[in-house]
Design a protein around this ligand. Sequence first.
Ligand SMILES: [Zn+2]
Length: 390
Amino acid sequence: MVDYDPRTSTGIPTEPVGSMPRPAKLQEAYAAYDEGKIDKAALEAEQEAAVDDTLARYEATGAPIISDGEQRWSSFATYPITDTLAGTGLAPSLGPGGQFFAIFADGHGRQLPKLVKGPFEYVNYAADSLKKSIGKTRTPMKQAVIAPSMLALLYPLRDPVEGYSREDFEAKLIDECEKDIRLAFDAGAARVSVDFTEGRLATREDPRNPWTGAGLLPHFIELINGVMARFSPEERTKIGIHTCPGGDRDSVHSADVPYNNLLPEMFKINAGYFLIQLASEREKDPVYESIGEHLRTDADGVRQMAYLGVINPGNPRVESAEEVADRLVRAADFIDRQQIGSTDDCGFSPFSIDEKPNHGSPDYAREVAFQKITNRVAGTRMAAERLGVS
Ligand SMILES: [Zn+2]
């Protein structure tokens, strides 16, 4: 593990979630690759160019910790199982036509593949792409990975898979998530966060999407704690959990679900820190209050940190540094200032194919995202000075 002190440059720690919009040119290359018009080497050359651009612009924000923007991934949830969203490079145990992960507020959905046979294993680990990126920058890097609870949705809700029980599948998911995290640390990640967007969605009870009404939240938390139990308290200070109401095509899937369906349960996860969507929340004080109440000082040996969302990736309006600082200072009325960090509400484009309609284009959305991150960092530093946190 690399040495990284999250307070060094900003006093209050600040960290992104992970993804960046893929440049239009890269999105076109994904489509051409799916159609067989270009080969994998040509796709990888575009991914490489997008990573180079992402890292250079990330460094220019002054952020103490950055990511490669997941430019080589099909999505935050599907990178271990397929090379592209259209299914090129799909894991051999999977087939098309699984459950909808989510149906978003604008009406579009994202469907998962489904498990058709055992045994299951990842075809890509997060470290595979991190290894290609980490030598390109001297700024510490974080890595996001997907939670076992998301991939549990690959197993059909009602029909068992012949010869491969749900229990066997889920035990394998815990093993694979542990491996994904360890390989990322081995590759040099300073911190690893686990994407848990399905947490809030799990209490939505959307009749169009049956798994959301199946009461799965406690089980999801059990699965993630199965992963956490594999790590020491020291390791878990560097392992986070990300919650959000989704982010795709500038739309959300569970912003209307009461946050308190999730928050008291979520902090039962024995992770060291949480990246919590909040900037796009209409009523922020009750959320700060709930976090202050439920954030734990001893989660199986770690003192939890709450990284509060101060940037909304779905809205092109750039938050000012003062606004970021004001929000963090306000949050300190409810949450111990030593347990506060800052983050973006979500990745800026969790899925590789995303036209970012509120922004007009993915290329413009990239410009906006880096301005937002610059202000997140500056505003966090201002808040640390005002609160006397160093
Ligand atoms: Zn998110």
